[in-house]
Design a protein around this ligand. Structure first.
Ligand code: SAM
Length: 371
């Protein structure tokens, strides 16, 4: 194969990944779908996209090269570097005109080829969905009350929340978020972030009790520091620009994070968890939480994570109980769905609390045994 035809063939592989990513956005983000479909054609033809993706041609599908490209372009728009393209981006006040999108993208891609190439190579796709605070809040209320019942207490436990794979940490303040249920708002009605949790049914608990969170901490392999403009832009760039509801939710969550900062530590989950779980506080329920993380965790980290948790579970007492609360996709016969699962030690409780949309809302409370 000549150098030229070898380059053409890796670009064809990449173009197929872009086309598949475009297909993955169908029905959800026509803007991203169109951008990626046009970029796929441009890649196959050896256009400017192939210069931007130079060095990333052999990246694995799992690293989502198409979404990294779309995120880098979105970030250009958010930074005000692509005014001719911004008119298509609702997150910059624009309105998509899909047939004209690619022609308006080309000048920005040509002007910022080097910057885009650098960003595509230097970033991993990174999201943080604040809507997942809604199932988390409900699950914590259930956990605090179930642990109290098992310990013979009338008052629910206070919670220490430990999040593995916290990204920017936007779900580390579930008690400071409002959750609108008809005429009432659970949690904090004065919060900058008030979610419509879209609940069918209710958590199996007394929602009149306030959730008390006395500690929270998080870790991530690639934490995003949302106290910086760079961190906020990074997270924002991966929200699809025509999903304004999600975008507004992220803005509100970033405002809340600015008012109530929590640092996310850079660490693989199991090591960090082992350190955090080494001390247990009497009168406090320690909750290990993760959402949409498990699929990304290596087999070695999974095994170590299970061992760390089993060790802490064996040491849990009625006065210093431990919970595992997770919101993760689980395979069904023909698809998968996102389920909220709770385990409590030493009570021996193991519940599937319900299932919902991937971003946490809407959610159906439907309790059954887990495992
Ligand atoms: C799809 S994001 C979900 C972020 C957040 N939990 C949420 O629900 O919005 C998955 C996160 O898991 C992190 N992650 C993957 N493997 C990890 C590991 N072994 N230890 C810590 N974090 C990990 C990634 O860096 C990424 O931030």
């Amino acid at each position: 194969m000549t150098g030229h035809s070898a380059a053409a063939s890796v670009n064809t592989v990449l173009a197929e990944l872009f086309a598949a990513a475009a297909h993955g956005c169908r029905d959800r983000s026509p803007l991203t779908q169109r951008l990626l479909a046009d970029a796929a054609a441009d890649l196959a033809a050896g256009g400017v996209t192939s210069k931007i993706m130079a060095g990333s041609e052999r990246d694995r599908a799992g690293t989502a090269p198409g979404l990294r490209f779309a995120g880098a372009v979105h970030r250009l728009v958010l930074e005000g570097r692509a005014p001719g393209l911004a008119k298509h981006y609702p997150t910059a006040g624009g309105r998509p005109d899909l047939p004209a999108l690619w022609d308006d993208a080309l000048p920005a891609l040509a002007e910022h080829t080097g910057l885009l190439r650098h960003r595509v190579q230097a970033t991993v796709v990174q999201t943080n969905e604040p809507g997942r605070s809604a199932p988390l809040y409900g699950g914590l209320v259930v956990a605090a009350q179930e642990a109290a019942k098992a310990a013979g207490r009338h008052v629910p436990f206070c919670v220490r929340l430990l999040e593995v794979g916290a990204s920017g940490g936007l779900n580390l303040r579930p008690h400071h978020v409002g959750y609108r249920l008809g005429d009432t708002v659970l949690g904090d009605p004065d919060s900058p972030l008030v979610l419509d949790p879209g609940w069918t049914g209710r958590p199996p608990a007394d929602l009149g009790h306030r959730l008390r969170v006395v500690g929270r901490a998080g870790c991530d392999l690639h934490p995003v520091d949302v106290s910086t403009e760079d961190g906020r832009l990074h997270l924002s760039s991966f929200v699809w620009a025509d999903q304004l509801e999600r975008w507004n939710r992220l803005r509100d969550a970033l405002d809340l994070a600015a008012a109530d900062p929590v640092r996310v530590e850079q660490s693989p989950g199991p090591e960090w968890l082992a350190g955090q779980l080494a001390r247990a506080e009497r009168g406090v329920l320690t909750v290990v939480w993760h959402s949409v993380v498990w699929q990304y965790v290596s087999p070695a980290d999974r095994a170590m994570g299970r061992a760390v948790l089993a060790d802490a579970a064996a040491k849990a007492t009625p006065a210093a109980p431990l919970a595992l609360l997770v919101f993760e996709p689980r395979r069904t016969d023909d698809d998968y769905r996102f389920e909220l699962l709770l385990k409590l030690w030493p009570a021996g409780i193991s519940l599937n609390l319900g299932h919902g949309a991937g971003h946490g809302t809407p959610f159906t409370w439907d309790v059954s045994p887990w495992g």
